[in-house]
Design a protein around this ligand. Structure first.
Ligand SMILES: Cc1cc2nc3c(=O)[nH]c(=O)nc-3n(C[C@H](O)[C@H](O)[C@H](O)COP(=O)(O)O)c2cc1C
Length: 325
């Protein structure tokens, strides 16, 4: 079994300590496990530029690798090789540090299980060029993941989108989330090694993330030492409200019904909604179906308005000269 620790924090600082302690936990429980640790902070991981080369290549029968060549490929390869992943990132301005999102933007869509299978099915049906068997399908095999968010503030609203945003890494690849941990309060704890309880949770997270590799998803019990959260799927506490009694989990994209009992707020997410959470095949397929339909809707509209759009687009292309005309 291969266990990967990914830290987006400073070298040998809080995130490194916590991720490495989780790896020690995995190694204690599974002495034969092959452990790999990568600190990304000084790596050159450029931004996704939205060129679409990856998806175009896949549709043309080729591989969907990212055409920007930098340190991203090394980290991507390590994730692809791993069976279990412990991912830690510091909170910078309420959310995980930007490098984490840059990595997610380039990694996660390209490992969307539904989107890739959509194209492979078309290849099998002879509706798209290429051979379905050429795609290295082991890339999409099941992996387990746990997330550790690290923040300085004890005030929880200063890490409000920390753990939640980390969940964006693994859902397109349908990784099984074993645990998440909000390691906030670093500004007063001083160093994770001064908090034995926190280090104990890291060992448990490492052990459980590795153990879950050999388990069925249904048998994996989510480990939430700081609470099980409101959403039964991602175990986060974020909700989108729209003025009705229907609310939505912004991570999973599923609807819940709220009810109030005294000063307690209950949110009920039906089994049917849970079954269409963003990180399930059904949830991902809803999105694939939507975006695959864009062309049929937009194509004719754009063609019918070709001349109008060409003229209107001058306002954008010649902005500098037109704004002061
Ligand atoms: C630019 C910047 C913004 C930060 N914003 C927050 C924040 O919004 N909330 C918080 O709790 N901590 C914040 N921190 C503190 C870091 O999360 C904290 O120092 C953490 O331990 C850094 O991780 P590391 O020690 O692994 O490098 C911020 C730090 C920096 C450098």
């Amino acid at each position: 079994m291969k266990v990967l620790g990914l830290s987006f924090g400073k070298k040998n600082a809080n995130t490194d300590i916590l991720v490495k302690e989780a790896l020690y936990g995995a190694k204690e429980a599974f002495p034969d496990a092959e452990i790999n640790f990568i600190n990304t902070q000084r790596l050159n991981i450029g931004r996704c530029i939205g060129c679409g080369a990856c998806s175009t290549a896949l549709e043309k029968g080729k591989d969907n690798n990212c055409i920007i060549k930098d340190d991203f490929q090394m980290v991507e390869e390590a994730v692809r090789e791993a069976d279990a992943i412990i991912l830690g990132a510091p909170v910078y301005v309420l959310q995980p540090v930007g490098q984490f999102k840059d990595f997610v933007d380039r990694f996660s869509c390209r490992h969307d299980v539904s989107a890739i299978n959509w194209v492979l099915d078309k290849r099998r049906a002879g509706e798209a060029p290429g051979n379905a068997d050429d795609y290295p399908i082991e890339r999409l095999r099941r992996r387990t993941v746990s997330y550790i968010s690290v923040g300085g503030a004890s005030t929880e609203n200063w890490v409000s989108m920390g753990t939640a945003t980390l969940h964006l890494f693994g859902f397109p690849a349908m990784m099984k989330v074993v645990a998440n941990y909000n390691a906030n309060s670093m500004g007063t704890i001083g160093n994770p090694y001064l908090n034995d309880e926190m280090i104990g949770h890291m060992h448990e997270i490492g052990k459980r993330t590795a153990a879950a590799v050999e388990m069925d998803d249904k048998d994996v019990e989510f480990y939430g030492p700081k609470g099980m959260g409101t959403c039964p799927v991602c175990h986060q506490n974020l909700l989108t409200v729209n003025g009705t009694t229907t609310v939505e989990c912004p991570i999973c994209g599923i609807e819940g019904k709220i009810s109030i009992d005294g000063d307690k707020l209950n949110v009920e997410f039906s089994e049917a909604q849970q079954a269409r959470a963003r990180g399930t095949f059904a949830g991902l397929r809803e999105h694939t179906t939507e975006i695959q339909g864009f062309g049929a809707i937009c194509g004719p509209k754009i063609m019918a308005n070709k001349e109008l759009l060409e003229k209107k687009m001058e306002r954008v292309k010649k902005f500098d000269e037109m704004i002061n005309a």
